[in-house]
Design a protein around this ligand. Structure first.
Ligand code: SF4
Ligand code: SF4
Length: 381
């Protein structure tokens, strides 16, 4: 299949880049210049991606194709241009025949410790959130929109156009399955998703980005990131999507030594990245750098059945049993008999494990492998 873009082609800021005509995957160019490489890179769990590198031109030129979408907002137009906007709104869920979405939850509370990205958006971009909420209603026809905010006070949100609910700031209360239970009064059964119950979740940043896009006619290309330094201090930065993390570290004077660990996400749920060229992605809410002396490297110690993980698990899973099946790669058994799908992915079990077993990573891998097997069965069948 001939590629639509090649090395050497010119691109403008905000231009949609689809590599192949029949492939729905695309990225939005976040800079003006020429494509200098299209190369594979490996993401979480060995998934392969293509990275498009742009050599910057002197002057920025803005692409104007999105302006035609703004004149007449539709779901298709939003899916076509905003699926990789900051916060990565999962707009394709609304056109997925398997789920009938009736409620949209906008999560204004970050889902990991030390991360403050979405709380900042709620505080600083209320007008953009309001625009985004109006837009969501227009393009989906869904009126039942709930926004979660941190803490006790509900003052100041009256004009938003969403029902505002507070979420306990104690971790892990802001995870979707716990919001379903505690704020919406719905328990998501094991093996089912929030979408199966007609509820989908968006981050506050995603909705504010949609509001900004339609208010300005330009697709936002920068996002807010909580930068967590080796000493645990945090600050919020704004970075262009696609920026290699080495550039961020250079700008913010962070030195990364050979065995230090770089995590995309927070301390409980983040995943390690292994290259300083790794780009900021639309849903990178936090980047954390751990000094090698703090990094809890996985050990070869076996489970000693101390029960700490079981006591801490908010989903009441027998984690000590679950982990044995996950370690052995027996994912179906882990799902059928040991509640893999009841896991809310909080990471507390890994945190407390005295044997430093990377339980959370095993859980993510197990779910990923089962999903992959299901998708390939669907494709082959
Ligand atoms: S990540 Fe661990 S502690 Fe959290 S819900 Fe899943 S099994 Fe339980
Ligand atoms: S915390 Fe770790 S060592 Fe203790 S029971 Fe759980 S898996 Fe085993």
């Amino acid at each position: 299949m001939p590629a639509l873009f090649r090395v050497g082609d010119k691109v403008n800021t905000g231009q949609k880049i689809s590599l192949f005509a029949d492939d729905p995957a695309y990225v939005i160019a976040t800079a003006t210049g020429r494509i200098s490489s299209i190369s594979p890179f490996t993401g979480d769990f060995g998934k392969s991606y293509l990275a498009v590198t742009i050599s910057l031109a002197g002057n920025e030129i803005l692409d104007n194709e999105f302006e035609t979408v703004v004149q007449n907002p539709t779901l298709e137009g939003a899916i076509d241009f905003l699926s990789y906007a900051p916060g990565k709104p999962q707009l394709s869920l609304f056109s997925d025949a398997q789920h009938e979405i009736k409620t949209i939850v906008i999560n204004g509370v970050d889902s990991d410790l030390l991360v403050g990205t979405n709380q900042y958006i709620v505080k600083s971009k209320l007008n953009k959130l309001k625009s985004g909420i109006q837009l969501l209603k227009t393009i989906t026809g869904i009126e039942n929109i709930v926004m979660t905010v941190a803490g006790e006070s509900l003052q100041g949100y009256g004009h938003l156009g969403a029902e505002v609910k507070t979420v306990d700031t104690a971790y892990p209360s802001a995870l979707p399955r716990l919001i379903m239970k505690n704020a919406l009064g719905q328990i998501v059964p094991a093996g089912q998703s929030c979408e199966d119950l007609g509820v989908c979740f968006f981050s506050a940043e995603a909705i504010a980005a949609m509001g900004t896009a339609f208010d300005s006619g330009r697709i936002p290309i920068t996002k807010i990131i909580t930068l967590i330094r080796k000493d645990g201090s945090q600050n919020l930065i704004e970075a262009t999507i696609g920026t290699p993390i080495e550039d961020i570290f250079a700008t913010h004077r962070i030195t990364v030594n050979e065995k230090d660990r770089i995590i995309f996400g927070g301390p409980m749920r983040g995943l390690a990245v292994y290259s300083l060229e790794h780009p900021v992605q639309p849903d990178t809410d936090a980047i954390m750098v751990l000094d090698q002396s703090q990094a809890a490297y996985a050990s070869d110690y076996p489970c000693i059945n101390c029960g700490e993980c079981v006591r801490t698990c908010p989903a009441n899973i027998q984690v000590n049993l679950l982990v044995r099946f996950l370690e052995a790669g027996q994912y179906e058994e882990a799902a059928d008999y040991y509640d893999l799908y009841s896991c809310v992915e909080c990471g507390l079990c890994s945190f407390v494990c005295v044997s430093k077993i990377p339980i959370f990573q095993y859980i993510k891998l197990g779910k990923y492998e089962l999903e992959r097997a299901k998708t390939s069965e669907g494709t082959n069948g």
